[in-house]
Design a protein around this ligand. Sequence first.
Ligand code: SF4
Length: 298
Amino acid sequence: MFPEVLESEGVPLQILKQGSKGGTLKLLIKFEDGAMAEYAALIYKKRKIVCLSSRTGKCGRSCGFCATGTICEGKSRNITWAETLAVFFLIIKLASWLFTDKILASFMGQNEAMANATNTCNAIFMLSAHENFSFAVSTIGQKENLIEFIKLVKSMGLKVKIQFSLHFPDQRVRQKHMPATKGNSLKDILNILEAYYKETGMEICVNYALFKELNCRINDFILLRRLLKGRDGFYVKFSEANTFYNPYTKILYAPSEGIFYAIGGRILSAAGIKNKEFHSVNDIEGVACGMMTSLYSE
Ligand code: SF4
């Protein structure tokens, strides 16, 4: 039976499930009110990353390739900044990391962090007290949330890297797989992000998970190039998709063949767009965001 109630920084927590492999640690945390969320500690090319969630339970944005947005269950609520700090310090302890290590606190776990902007920014503000911590926030790009978040980041004087989960460069296809992006033109979102880069100097990472037969045709890369060509401050991160079968739409999201990383990279590089490949270093069962909660509630 997994453990007793712990206290981290005075906040009561329970670890419901824990997995670790080759430097990767994955946790399912239960808060005092029964709400659950997933967290991870990852080491990628010697870089230490704590992956943080911003809301518990199912994400209302319902992206088709994401367990959190589809099959995940449990109470859904904002995670407070105090809870985030408590879990962050717990993870550092469990991973045996030191405060002298450079650690990236990345809000790329469960749910859209920009929809919980106040708690996300407060947590970043508190952790910014340590010079070895840096911060990244992932977003699917919803205009109002993005504007609000950037306003808060600027007013609080925070240094935050934004990671934009674009994945589908064709607006109509994107809306099919990421329904909450409907009404948010990609050009508008990229304009806002470009302005953010120009004001802060923080480069924008465009996340592009390569899903077999869904977004890695030549034309997809040409569309992506068209969107980014001539813009300042962007680079594309082609990453390995987690395999996920969506039982509602019956679409299988599977990793693409390796060659498409290279083809996509060449198409972008020819237009001067920076890009890189990211291959997952973790193979713990249920490591994809939302999977552990789903497996636990089965
Ligand atoms: S990808 Fe992010 S925004 Fe989309 S459903 Fe999953 S957690 Fe929510």
